[in-house]
Design a protein around this ligand. Structure first.
Ligand code: RP5
Length: 165
């Protein structure tokens, strides 16, 4: 199975990013996590992205805050899909990170999830790998069925509570 790379711009991003790593592990997807900064270690960012495909990665998750150029820089150097994860690490509530990641120029896409949307970044990576992995697709279907059951239970509980009002 392809690996997923979870790259974060700083170790200060880890408390949020850990949910992406946890989600990938829950699906049994091999994950490697690194701190690589587009601004502080630009050579390492380019080198990682250039060699990611030959190193067995299928998807890259790039988590960054503030002037969040990491996803875009990685995407510039690879043809692998890059998922941008905007981190709410600034005085601007993460809107700066979101816009920096999502507003990519035509020709260099970065698939962007919500601010601090680490779980969805992990799930999207699993879904990309599941296109060519039937066992992974089955796990995703089971996950959706669990979500459905959970919401149906919550709805039933709500009906009980409403009846008592
Ligand atoms: C970004 O700057 C990082 O991704 C992080 O979200 C933010 C702050 O980094 P630190 O100053 O905490 O290292 O590059």
């Amino acid at each position: 199975m392809y690996k997923v790379a979870v790259i974060m711009g700083s170790d200060s991003d880890l408390p949020v990013v850990s949910d992406a790593i946890k989600t990938l592990k829950e699906f049994g997807v091999p994950v490697e996590a690194r701190v690589i900064s587009a601004h502080r270690t630009p050579d390492e960012a380019a080198e990682f992205a250039k060699s990611a495909r030959e190193n067995g990665f299928g998807v890259i998750i790039a988590a960054a805050g503030k002037a969040a150029h990491l996803g875009g820089v990685l995407a510039a150097y690879t043809t692998l899909p890059v998922i941008g994860l905007p981190i709410k690490s600034s005085t601007m509530d993460g809107l700066d990170s979101l816009l920096a990641i999502v507003q990519m120029p035509s020709g260099v896409p970065v698939a962007t999830v919500a601010i601090d949307g680490a779980k969805n970044a992990g799930l999207l990576a699993v879904q990309i790998l599941a296109v060519s992995d039937a066992a992974l697709a089955d796990k995703l279907a089971a996950h959706k069925a669990e979500m459905r059951e959970s919401v149906i239970k919550k709805d039933a509980k709500l009906q009980d509570e409403i009846a008592k009002i």
